[in-house]
Design a protein around this ligand. Structure first.
Ligand code: UDP
Ligand code: MG
Length: 344
């Protein structure tokens, strides 16, 4: 692949954004398109109710670099990005917001790092969040802290959004994920390829209003935490188990006390025994159920068990023929070397 032969696709989810599309495209043409030979711009309309679709259609008829995927309703930004990731063929993909809060010119720096340093996931780090409210900054800090403490072996860098350049091989891996609740930030990190951050100061929206509110952010945070750790379930099943065992021990104590010293209040021992026995048994069974649900939830996600990033030596020749690079669990094989050389 010669240097100018690579294809970069911008993925732009849009929801009621009629005010921002013009400015977005003007900036992309001015700051980015002139620098790249093969640029694709993929808009995903996430069920807009205004004339977003018509505006993009007009642009798309005049410029064959623009595509548009229309979703049947509002599925959320994460789903919109997934739709585009499944369809684009480019060598690298850049999810970017249409409101110019993600500066398009930074993509040139992303591309430079991707090509020259062979980094597969080059992400933008918001170095200045002074435009965000104190509550938003504080809640974000708590979220990153909790997530990174709980998530098993995955670390998401702080103050990083979806704005990043992702190499084809990561997209091919993501395509195999069948989970419905997609917390993309962590999913990009999950395959474990090389990554690097580039700092930028996040400006305010060029026009229109944010589509997020605290309720949506809260649910987004829950999706992230519950998709990437089963620790809450596990902790709760331990608590149920311990309380259940204590309830049964206490029941035993009351029985022994009643047999040795007789009843203090008529009916007390039998009622307490019934409550403690049933409560204890139920809590222990919750604990057992918890363990099963824990496993079911991770199985239901059907994530691949492993991804072999590189295979050298005789084994690489043994990869079954006909496996495409996207076959998860195998084939980031000796090709990877060629790719690296070609990129340079
Ligand atoms: N967006 C979307 N679907 C939604 C909400 C937002 O596709 O349900 C798009 C939106 O049009 C924008 C991007 O996601 O291009 C980021 O949204 P926004 O600017 O509202 O989020 P913020 O920057 O405030 O986090
Ligand atoms: Mg925004």
């Amino acid at each position: 692949m010669r240097k100018e032969d690579y294809k970069v696709a911008l993925i732009v989810p849009v929801y009621n954004e009629h005010e921002t599309i013009d400015t977005f495209l003007d900036t992309v043409y001015e700051k980015l398109a002139s620098e790249l030979n093969h640029l694709e711009i993929v808009f995903v309309d996430d069920g807009s109710k205004d004339d977003t679709v018509q505006i993009i259609r007009e642009k798309q008829e005049k410029d064959n670099r623009i595509s548009l995927i229309c979703l049947s309703r509002n599925f959320g930004k994460e789903a919109a990005m997934s739709a585009a990731l499944d369809l684009v063929q480019a060598d690298a993909v850049v999810p970017i917001d249409v409101d110019l809060q993600d500066p398009p010119e930074l993509i040139l720096e992303f591309i430079r790092i991707w090509r020259d340093e062979n980094i597969d996931d080059v992400y933008g780090v918001r170095t200045d969040r002074s435009k965000d409210t104190v509550t938003k900054r504080f809640s974000a800090e708590i979220f990153y802290y909790v997530f990174n403490k709980l998530a098993n072996r995955i670390h998401i860098p702080e103050n990083v959004g979806d704005f990043r350049l992702i190499d084809r091989k990561i997209i091919d891996v993501l395509k195999h994920f069948s989970e419905r609740k997609r917390f993309m930030k962590a999913l990009y990190a999950w395959p474990g390829f090389s990554s690097k951050g580039v700092g930028y100061s996040r400006p305010e929206r060029v026009a229109g209003r944010t589509k997020w509110n605290y309720w949506k952010l809260w649910n987004f945070a829950l999706d992230g935490i519950f998709s990437f750790t089963s620790l809450p379930l596990r902790v709760w099943s331990y608590i149920s188990g311990v309380v259940g065992v204590f309830a049964l021990l206490f029941m035993g104590l009351i029985m022994v006390k009643t047999m040795l010293f007789g009843q203090e209040v008529p009916g007390y021992s039998s009622i307490m025994c019934a409550i403690l026995f049933l409560g204890g048994v139920q809590l222990i069974s919750v604990c057992v159920l918890g363990e099963y649900i824990c496993r079911l939830s991770s199985e239901a996600k059907e994530r691949p068990v492993y991804i072999a990033k590189e295979v050298y030596g005789p084994l690489s020749a043994k990869l079954p023929s006909g496996l495409s690079k996207s076959e998860v669990g195998f084939s980031y094989n000796s090709n990877i070397d060629n790719n690296k050389q070609e990129k340079k």
